[in-house]
Write a protein that binds this ligand. Sequence first.
Ligand code: 73E
Length: 822
Amino acid sequence: MSANKTEQYATTTLDADQLAHSIKRHLQQSLGVDLEEAGPAEYWEALSLVVREQGLDLIRKTRHKERDEKARRVYYLSLEFLVGRLLGNNLHNLGIYHQAEEAMANLGVNLSDVLEHETDPALGNGGLGRLAACFMDSLATLDLPAFGYGINYRFGLFKQDFAGGKQVESPDAWREESCPWGIERPKRKQLIKLYGRVTERAGKAVWEDTQEILGMPWDVPVTGYGTDTVNTLRLWESRAAEGFDLSSFDEGRYQESRSGEIQAENVSQVLYPNDNHPAGKELRLIQQYFFVACSIADLIARYKRENGDNWDGFAEKVAIQLNDTHPAIAVPELMRILMDEEDIVFSKALSICREVFSYTNHTLLPEALEKWPQNLITKVLPRHMQIIHMINYHFLHTEVETQWPGDNNMKRRLSIIEEPERPGGQQMVRMAYLSVVGSHKVNGVAALHSGLVKTTLFPEFNELWPDKLVNVTNGVTPRRWLDYCNPELAKLIDDTIGKDEKADWRKDLSKLDAINAYADDPAFQKKFAAIKHNNKIRFAAVVKELCNIDISPDAIFDVQIKRLHEYKRQQLNLLHIMALYRRLLDNPDLDVPQRVFIFGAKAAPGYKVAKTIIHAINRVAERVNNDRRIKDKLKVVFLPNYRVSLAEKIIPAADVSEQISTAGFEASGTGNMKFALNGALTVGTLDGANVEIAEEVGDDNIFIYGLTVEEVAELRHRGYNPKDVYNSNAELKAVIDWLASGDLCPEEPDAFRPLVDSLLGGDYFLTLVDYQAYSDAHDKIVETWNKPELWWKMAIINTASMGKFSSDRSIMDYAKTIWNMA
Ligand code: 73E
């Protein structure tokens, strides 16, 4: 057996022979497949079933242990869990990866090929959903009792393809292939109500004439690394409430009663594909309530099974984290249960809520802050709307009144209900305010962002409750984002700093600090660079397969992978690439290193400018990649269908990480952490967690450029005309004119108009302002690349300095400062 670290912690004792035996058993007995007919897909499913068995066994043991210890549990409520592929990760966490490799080899199969057969469960849009997945990994690894609650969408985030360079979306029916991870739990199903009306009977509110939907839980085991703890991710699927109306069947109205059923099933059908932009649709509100109501009912049932009917102890045992405002309706839902079903008075119900709930804010973008029309909530959830009014009344007339006596202006500003600006407008429920008022702690996701939450988003709340607003900087799990995706680098680190349990960076990422001592060591640099080179060779093969583009592993791989959004400024990267191309055309013999610019990004289907940017990048790519004059010095690759499993292949191969958002807009970013962890150098603005990354690696080891948050505010205050920048920068003017000329898309000459208009007609995201500084930063990157000892020293320091950005640290921060669990 190899001496890999994971085996020392082995939680399951399966050896390769036993695994092979179990794989064969599942092939034959669960899948009904003969060994000779089995291909990689069948092997994937059989091995997944073996791992699931292990996971279920450990889940059961974890639950017994928690029941005995009666500890507080945290419930993480999130509309998104972007978990990515699970088999490889679970094998690693359970300490049987190498045994599985051996078992498969003995069966004549390659484990890596088998792992490629897993469809990514794309149950999230981007950073917010992926963060939830990293947190689940850390909670289990840290042995913290936790449940994740979400929705088992039938269709995850759409699949992306390109036609003529334009994004084309198709549905992602990820479960159709087979998904061995989710286990249906009919015993724990829930019935929830919608619509109807509220009447009063004997002084009590009664919610009646409702429609009912059934929530069926699917449990996904979440393994921790090197521990027996296996937590549960419970994802709800909506179904029609049992049976259908027989009388309508008798009357020949079968179709009608069936249509009721289909409506109920619609609720968990699709993930809304908008990142940082609410859809505002009735179905989305119903999704939010559906999963929240199922989850709250489920956790209360668990509490009562374990602790009896005594509500005094509830807050000691239950902590509920709201992942953004998407589950904010949980506040009035718990109030409703406490008041209407458990006969607890309003003030006590509110204080229980405030002990239990806490809320994470992930964005300052004004358009991303959720508000629901009061009329819509009244229609779908009439009792909840009443309760929101009660909470608001109490808040404004006791708490706000005490702090700012007689100040009606302040009451209007802080009201959970926003009054319409114009006559005839709608009253809107501010979900962020509801979340702040209903929680004991509110956190931002990076130091800079949390500061802005205090000063610009919720300044009055911060004055009213000075201890409520806090920071918890995001993190990423080092298991998936280093150990699993970059095994050669993981091994180099083990070989360098030792493998005993005490030095295991997989469990304590700050241990990486010891690598700093080798940053100048030529032998270590050589090994580090060779690993990057190998990763680049492997990734170049992926690019060849997916895009049929040849790229050289000797080129600088410069990567921007993230959702397509104007604030993330893929368009800035594009303008600069166009300028580089023009520089090369002017002087084909320019002595510059080869560069490959790599993109991966999905645009929300309704986001016009974002889709235009994708189209423009693809057209520029086509032109550049096929121009022999520039002698392969520049290549542009846009990988279709960017997702977690692709990120795992791109990040270890990256030299440069593009983190170039307009300062003040990216709350944290987490891709920035993954790249630096894998030894890529960041070019970025002082935004989100970039600021803390710069602090950790030191200013000399990162390429920071562009306006700061303060400078952005100043410029907006002074007033800014993008045309001035356009007219004063010849290179920038030339590329924008080229974009506008129609030359890149002759069959549709106005194709890029929306982008050009957005840049020249306002440039809200200050792309043009930051252009020159960005271009200069890239010149510095090239200069540094030409000094390999300096480059690799910087890269090593980046990897070595990422200790802070483990999601284990984030979770410990939550546990200590918010959940009171550690
Ligand atoms: O900066 C990222 C952050 O790293 C932020 O944009 C993202 O959350 C990440 C994790 O904290 C985010 N996503 C959303 N809001 N912020 C969002 C909003 C609505 C729907 C889906 C996602």
